[in-house]
Design a protein around this ligand. Structure first.
Ligand SMILES: Cc1cc2nc3c(=O)[nH]c(=O)nc-3n(C[C@H](O)[C@H](O)[C@H](O)COP(=O)(O)O)c2cc1C
Length: 393
């Protein structure tokens, strides 16, 4: 994408990656992504805010050339992860007088990850400012969104917040700004679920920290810019702070159909009780979709057969995912089938033992489910209904 002006002397000069389908060798990117980089030209100094993924460095260089940028004074690094910092060494080579401006923790990481020389850095404190002449950058520490060194940059005069990954969305689009809020909501929620949700409690503090800032634009490092910051700030407040919804997520796996029969019956029983259910077959699901439903779910019930004396391996993966994503879940249970014995239930309970959730009595049947097993599933559905009601969900 060519340079695009946000406001006078402020440009978006990053790259749109339409073709990328996987991030961190883990996260599906159904709609691609972008690596946003911004240029701010003050009356005296010029600052580049974050760089791009090394695979797309040529776009950044072309854009700087197209804007005829001969000198960069400061390269602001909000976050050391390589999809933003990875092209920093080449930018330093191209602009040898530029200083890298970041906090001490980020500096240490940039030294470790990219071997940036000590003498290239200017370190800034939380609340510190940097004058570009008629424009002032203010730095706001926001550790653990989602790495320990993250900070946000606020451009005072133009009231633009550059929060790097915070509020981002993995969405390749030719739009500079959010035009279709429904589409961006989906991508931003996926991003939150996969990247930010494990840090929900620190996010609460960081949202508090920026609540009084006057913001016209939020310009994140992935996805389009928010000209209506309220849209994404309110979405985050809901995801981070509010109670979960009256929703049960049912990730399941079934080799010969017994667990599937239980899942189908159970999903029907929950639905009859007015509960929203999201069912995922673990052998072919998009884990991003599963993560997104965990943002709002009050309960997870895993459907798992016993396989080689324990839980089916796909259930281990799903349980581990729930454990590390740390959603605002309240209740967990397990349903499934076995033939001669094993420790499937105990193993899954052990994986999620660090979560602050109530474990509801599992329903584990021998072979294909019979009348008494369906009755147990009804009882579990009743319990979940009651528990949700007690929480006013
Ligand atoms: C590869 C394989 C390994 C199994 N290992 C066990 C086991 O260790 N213990 C057990 O009780 N049943 C074991 N079973 C039997 C299944 O747990 C049982 O058939 C169950 O009803 C399968 O549920 P499903 O139809 O939902 O896959 C195994 C089945 C398969 C195919």
């Amino acid at each position: 994408m060519k340079p695009r002006e946000l406001k006078p002397d402020i440009y978006s000069i990053g790259a749109v990656d339409w073709d990328r389908r996987l991030f961190d060798e883990l996260i599906p990117l159904p709609d691609g992504t972008s690596y946003n980089s911004y240029l701010v030209k003050g009356s005296e100094k010029t600052a580049l805010i974050d760089t791009v993924d090394p695979t797309m460095g040529d776009v950044l260089i072309k854009n700087l050339n197209q804007l005829d940028i001969k000198d960069i004074d400061y390269i602001i690094v909000n976050h050391a992860e390589q999809d933003h910092s990875g092209y920093l060494p080449q930018i330093i080579d191209a602009y040898p007088d530029a200083k890298v401006v970041t906090n001490p923790k980020c500096k240490a990481l940039l030294r470790d990850l990219l071997a940036i020389p000590e003498n290239k850095f200017i370190t800034v404190d939380d609340g510190g400012i940097l004058s570009l002449g008629d424009k002032t950058l203010e730095f706001i520490y926001a550790p653990w969104v989602h790495w320990p060194e993250t900070m946000l940059t606020y451009l005072r005069e133009d009231r633009i917040l550059f929060p790097c990954d915070l509020f981002g969305s993995h969405l390749a689009t030719s739009d500079l700004y959010v035009t279709d809020e429904a589409t961006v909501y989906e991508s931003a929620k996926r991003y939150y679920a996969e990247i930010m949700m494990p840090f929900r409690t620190t996010l609460q503090k960081n949202l508090e920290k920026i609540k009084d800032l006057e913001i016209d634009l939020i310009a994140p490092s992935h996805g389009p810019i928010y000209a209506n910051p309220k849209f994404i700030l309110e979405a985050y407040r809901h995801w981070v702070l509010d109670l979960p919804d009256n929703t049960v997520v049912v990730p399941y796996v079934s080799m010969h159909g017994s667990t599937k029969e239980m899942v189908d019956y159970f999903v029907g029983a929950l639905t009859e009780r007015g509960i929203t259910v999201k069912q995922f077959k673990l052998s072919n699901t998009d884990i991003g979709k599963l993560a997104m439903t965990l943002v709002d779910a009050a309960t997870v019930v895993m459907g798992v057969p016993t396989t080689l004396a324990g839980a089916h391996p796909l259930a281990f993966y799903a349980a581990y995912l729930v454990k590390v994503l740390r959603p605002k879940l309240k209740f967990v249970s397990i349903i499934g089938s076995y033939s001669w014995g094993g420790k499937a239930v105990e193993q899954l309970a052990e994986i999620i033992s660090s979560l602050d959730v109530e474990i509801l009595d599992p329903v584990y049947c021998k072979g294909f489910p019979r009348t008494k097993d369906f009755e147990s599933l009804d009882k579990l559905a009743d319990t979940i209904y009651k528990k949700h009601q007690e929480m006013s969900l």
